[in-house]
Design a protein around this ligand. Sequence first.
Ligand SMILES: Cc1cc2nc3c(=O)[nH]c(=O)nc-3n(C[C@H](O)[C@H](O)[C@H](O)COP(=O)(O)OP(=O)(O)OC[C@H]3O[C@@H](n4cnc5c(N)ncnc54)[C@H](O)[C@@H]3O)c2cc1C
Length: 297
Amino acid sequence: MNELEKLGIEIKRDEPLAPYTAYKIGGPADYFVNIRASADLPKVIEAAEKDKIPYMLLGGGCNTVFSDKGFRGLVIHNMANKIEVHGSQMIVESGTPLSLVIAEALKHELGGIDKLFGLPGTIGGAIYGNAGAQGVEIGDFVVSVKIYRSGQGIVEEPKEYFQFSYRHSFLKKSHEIVLEVKLDLPTLDPDGAPIEVLKFRAEKQPKGKVAGSFFKNPTANESAGFLIDKAGLKGLKVGDIEISQQHGNWLMNLGSATQKDILAVARKTKEIVKEKFGIDLEPENILIDEHGNRIDI
Ligand SMILES: Cc1cc2nc3c(=O)[nH]c(=O)nc-3n(C[C@H](O)[C@H](O)[C@H](O)COP(=O)(O)OP(=O)(O)OC[C@H]3O[C@@H](n4cnc5c(N)ncnc54)[C@H](O)[C@@H]3O)c2cc1C
């Protein structure tokens, strides 16, 4: 802890992670810091590396399911949220909520990204998983991204480097950290009202302790929700996790659900969909164990 302590920032210990996530699931992190400027991210990461403390980035926690045992290392909660606008381009710190990016874009009559209205989380988290909705993905608007690469420091890479595809970016393999994102946006289409997008979400999406689609859609024409519904799995419940009656691909935390409950429902769903339709569902939500490794479903 020597190097981290030298930075003089507040380091919380045994910080419960559940309140920082959409599902409200997760035990305590050994260490936890809030970061408010992207320039501080490399400093904290380098210190953690020198101290040999495993670390992980957390944005809005809208796609993350932590272990019930928490995380044996440092959670870096990214709240760096500065935005600059230069003509059609925006330069955004990675902890900025997507909602703020969209609001700022609208103020400058920039659009395209307004289709992502109502999609929660930070732009860093969105870049990591190439979040998308209504036929657009965040990667569509990226010019370049400043990242922290372990051993090399800060580098700026063009859009192509990230190999954006459906809910995928190269960051899932490289584990580099997004510091700042440069976007180029088209002029706002006055008919593409974001209110319509919000209305769609309000009507179609379950509310409560939810984190969007649990599984990726297996193909563009075949949604995971449709298959789960057809398999008769809506309402399947383990502990306090239930498959929503409203949307087959959304899991609801009915009260004090655990990661174990999510795993049980997800594995059962995957097994039955495979049995009935021969299709392998892959998770979109990210489940991680107490050492930061991804858990296979
Ligand atoms: C109500 C609701 C609706 C949703 N609807 C949609 C939807 O329509 N479409 C969609 O795609 N998703 C949707 N989601 C899922 C979620 O909003 C997105 O995946 C979002 O982009 C996650 O951002 P986050 O900041 O919360 O990421 P987190 O959950 O905090 O992190 C996700 C992953 O990204 C990594 N990460 C975070 N920040 C960085 C960074 N700066 N650098 C490197 N890695 C980083 C984390 O380590 C983690 O592995 C929805 C979620 C909810 C709760």
